[in-house]
Structures are given as C-alpha cells and as structure tokens.
Design a protein around this ligand. Structure first.
Ligand SMILES: O=C(O)CCC(=O)C(=O)O
Ligand SMILES: [Mn+2]
Length: 224
C-alpha cells in the first residue's frame, strides 16, 4: 500500500470532548436538506447529506447545481478560524458531509473543479465515526488508505488533486454517523490560473505537533 506524500494528517486537532460537542451541534443545528436532487431533469439520490457554506459572492458549480449556498454558522466560523490560524491559509467555503452510517459514502473523485484554481488546497476535518479514506493514483496502480478518526485534520496538498482520486467507501460495520468538513478556497475565474500556492507559508504536521505541545505546556504553566 502506498504512502502518499501529498497528504498530511494531524490527529487530535480536536480532543474527544471537543469532538463530541462539535459533532452533536453540527448534527442538530445544520438543518440537513433532503438528499434527492434533480439536475438537468434527472433525479438522483446522494449517498450522504450535504450543506455548503461560503463567503458572500462565492460561486461553485458543483454546489450551485446541487445545493443552495448558506452563510457561515457561528460554529463553522469558529472552526474555520482555528484551522486558518494553524495552517496560515484562508478558506472561503466549506462543504459539510453527513454520513448517517456506514452505508453512506463518497465515490472516487478528485476535487479539481476549475473554481478551486490550479492549486486546490483542502483541509478536511472529521467528527464522529471513524472511516477509511482511500486514495488511488490516476496513472499508476498505487493506492492506499488512511483511517480518519474523530478530531483528525487531513491536509490535502494541491498536487494531491492532480495525481490521485479519493473516496470514503461503504463500511457495513459502521453503525454511527460521521460528519466531515472540507474547507476550500474558491477563486474567481479570472484569478484561477494565477493563484500560486506558496508552500513556504504552510505549517507541516510535524511543526504543528511541536507547536501544540508547546501550547499545552504553556497552558499547564498558567494553570498552576
Ligand atoms: O468525507 C471525507 O473524508 C471526504 C469528503 C470528500 O472527499 C469531499 O467532500 O470532497
Ligand atoms: Mn473530495
């Protein structure tokens, strides 16, 4: 099984208590829409529930065809702020997926719509049940998977979408729900080509873990 250098994972971005709080709130506050859609006169059922939130003026064809754009809720804004300050990157939208149980899934795809620009940087947060995230190289036979646990932040570097497909397959052993948030940056069409991703601005997972430990040490110091 391949390791994928274009994926980084930060386990425990949120601890168990925070995960429980966030999962419950999202589950009850999101006002989930029906998952039956009609596009160009054809009906289909999405194998999960979804909401899409974006800054004013942001248009995304996937979501515009399927979903109405909602504004940011206080909880989603709070999470966005925490992710942005950790990754030193600003996102203007989030796709929220509810997998009601292991029968809900997302099929093979890459998030490479033109609106995400040539360098789509995506940060993906998981709450609730753990599920496998699978990836498969577009040209070679390489493939692999990572287990996404509650509280984990998966960072998909821009080239991940160029080289790999990903999916969260059905897992009939999973009875509980899972909520996943993928933070994205939709760029205006006339800027899509010139959004150059500046790697040097990013905090790697290793640096981040180091930073977290330091922050916790400081918290303990303050607490005593
Ligand atoms: O649920 C996940 O972990 C992935 C979701 C995803 O790939 C997407 O929303 O594009
Ligand atoms: Mn995706």
């Amino acid at each position: 099984m391949a390791r994928c250098p274009e994926l980084e994972i930060i386990e425990d971005f949120y601890d168990a208590v925070e995960c429980e709080r966030i999962y419950r709130r999202l589950l009850h506050e999101q006002n989930w829409p029906d998952n039956r859609y009609a596009v160009a006169g054809r009906q289909f059922t999405l194998p999960r529930l979804q909401t899409w939130h974006a800054d004013p003026g942001i248009r995304y064809s996937y979501s515009n065809n399927l979903l109405q754009t909602r504004s940011w809720t206080p909880l989603l804004s709070e999470i966005r702020t925490q992710i942005e300050s950790t990754l030193n990157f600003s996102f203007n939208s989030v796709l929220v997926n509810l997998y009601r149980n292991g029968n809900d899934y997302v099929g093979w795809h890459s998030d490479n719509e033109p609106e995400l620009g040539e360098q789509p940087f995506i940060a993906s947060l998981t709450f609730g049940a753990e599920r496998q995230f699978e990836f498969r190289h577009k040209k070679s036979s390489e493939n692999g998977r990572v287990l996404l646990r509650s509280g984990a932040l998966l960072i998909m570097q821009p080239t991940f979408q160029h080289h790999w497909l990903h999916s969260v397959p059905i897992d009939q052993n999973v009875m509980e729900g899972r909520i996943n948030l993928t933070f994205r940056k939709v760029v205006p069409a006339n800027q899509a080509k010139c959004l150059i991703f500046d790697n040097s601005k990013h905090v790697s997972a290793t640096t981040y873990r180091f930073w977290l430990k330091r922050r916790d040490r400081q918290k303990n110091l303050r607490a005593h």
